[in-house]
Design a protein around this ligand. Structure first.
Ligand code: NAD
Length: 261
C-alpha cells in the first residue's frame, strides 16, 4: 500500500492504460478521480467496483479534456472532495491518421487539445496545491511518438513531442517545490486506441486481424509483443513513489526497443 493517504487524478481512465493506472493506484491506497468518456452505467459500475474492491474513495469526473474550464472544474472538485491532488496523470488521448495535406483542421485541433493542451491546463490547475503542500507527482503519458515520428500522424506526433517538452519545463519550474514531472513513452499497447488502427489495416489490406496486429508490431518494434497496461501502471507507480523523488524531467520508454533503433 504505497499510496495510502494520497489522492490522484488519472485523465482518460475509463479505458486502456489510464484505467490500469487508476486501478493500480487505488489498490495501493490512493483516492482516485476517474475521468473519460463512455456509457454512464458502465462507468458507474467501474467506479463502484473499484471502490468496493479497494475500500478507497473513487470518484468520476465527466470533464471533456478538450475544454479548459471543465479541466479546471475537475481539479477543483478533486481538491474539494479529497482535500488534495497529490498525483496527476495526464493520460487522455486520441488519434487521427492522415497525410498532412489531407489532415482535417478540426482533427488537428482536437488531437492537440486532448493530447497536449489538456495536460497543460490540468498541470496549471493542480500545481498551486502541490506547491503549497510541497509534494506532487505529475506523470504524462506520451508515446514512442514523443521521440520519433511515423507517417500520417502529424497531430499525434506533434502533441506527443510537445508533452515531452511540457514535462521537462514543468520539472525544472518546480524542481525545488517537492514536485516531479516525468513522461512515459509506450510503444504498442493493445487498447481500443490501437485496436482501431489494427482493424483499419486488416480491412484496407483484406488480411486477418491477427496478421494485421503482427504486421503493425513488426513495422516498428524489434520486440514482437504488446506492452500491457498493467506493466505501464507499474512504471507509473514507481514514478510517483518516494524512491523516485529525484527522478524528474525524464522520459521513460517502455516500447519493445522501438526507439532504440
Ligand atoms: P484508449 O482509447 O483505451 O483510452 C483513452 C481514454 O481517453 C479513454 O478513457 C477515453 O474516454 C479518454 N478520452 C478521449 N478523449 C477524451 C476527452 N476529450 N476527454 C476526456 N477523456 C477522453 O487509449 P489508450 O491506448 O489507453 O491511450 C491512453 C494514452 O496512452 C493516450 O495518451 C495515448 O496516446 C497513449 N499511448 C497509447 C499507446 C498504445 O499503443 N495504446 C502507445 C503510446 C501512447
Amino acid at each position: 500500500m504505497q499510496l495510502q493517504g494520497k489522492a490522484a487524478i488519472v485523465t482518460g481512465s475509463t479505458s486502456g492504460i489510464g484505467l490500469a493506472i487508476a486501478t493500480r493506484f487505488a489498490r495501493e491506497g490512493a483516492k482516485v478521480m476517474l475521468n473519460g468518456f463512455g456509457e454512464k452505467d458502465a462507468i458507474e459500475k467501474l467506479r463502484r467496483g473499484l471502490a468496493d474492491e479497494t475500500g478507497v474513495e473513487v470518484r468520476f469526473s465527466p470533464a471533456d479534456m478538450s475544454k479548459p474550464a471543465e479541466i479546471r472544474a475537475m481539479v477543483a472538485e478533486a481538491e474539494e472532495a479529497f482535500g488534495a491532488v497529490d498525483i496527476l496523470v495526464n493520460n487522455a488521448g486520441i488519434q487521427h491518421v492522415a497525410l498532412v495535406e489531407d489532415f482535417p483542421d478540426e482533427r488537428w485541433e482536437a488531437v492537440i487539445a486532448v493530447n497536449l493542451s489538456a495536460a497543460f491546463y490540468a498541470t496549471k490547475a493542480a500545481v498551486p496545491g502541490m506547491k503549497k503542500r510541497r509534494w506532487g507527482r505529475i506523470v504524462n503519458i506520451a508515446s514512442a511518438h514523443g521521440l520519433v515520428a511515423s507517417t500520417q500522424k502529424a497531430a499525434y506526433v506533434a502533441a506527443k513531442h510537445g508533452i515531452v517538452g511540457l514535462t521537462k519545463v514543468t520539472a525544472i519550474d518546480y524542481a525545488n517545490d517537492g514536485i516531479t514531472a516525468n513522461a512515459i513513452c509506450p510503444g504498442w499497447v493493445l487498447t481500443p486506441l490501437v485496436q482501431k488502427q489494427i482493424d483499419a489495416r486488416a480491412a484496407a489490406q483484406k488480411i486477418p486481424v491477427a496478421q494485421a496486429a503482427e504486421d503493425l508490431l513488426r513495422e516498428k518494434q524489434p520486440m514482437l509483443q504488446f506492452t500491457s497496461p498493467e506493466d505501464l501502471a507499474a512504471l507509473a507507480l514507481f514514478l510517483v513513489s518516494d524512491a523516485a523523488k529525484t527522478v524528474t524531467g525524464a522520459t521513460y520508454t517502455m516500447d519493445g526497443g522501438w526507439t532504440a533503433q
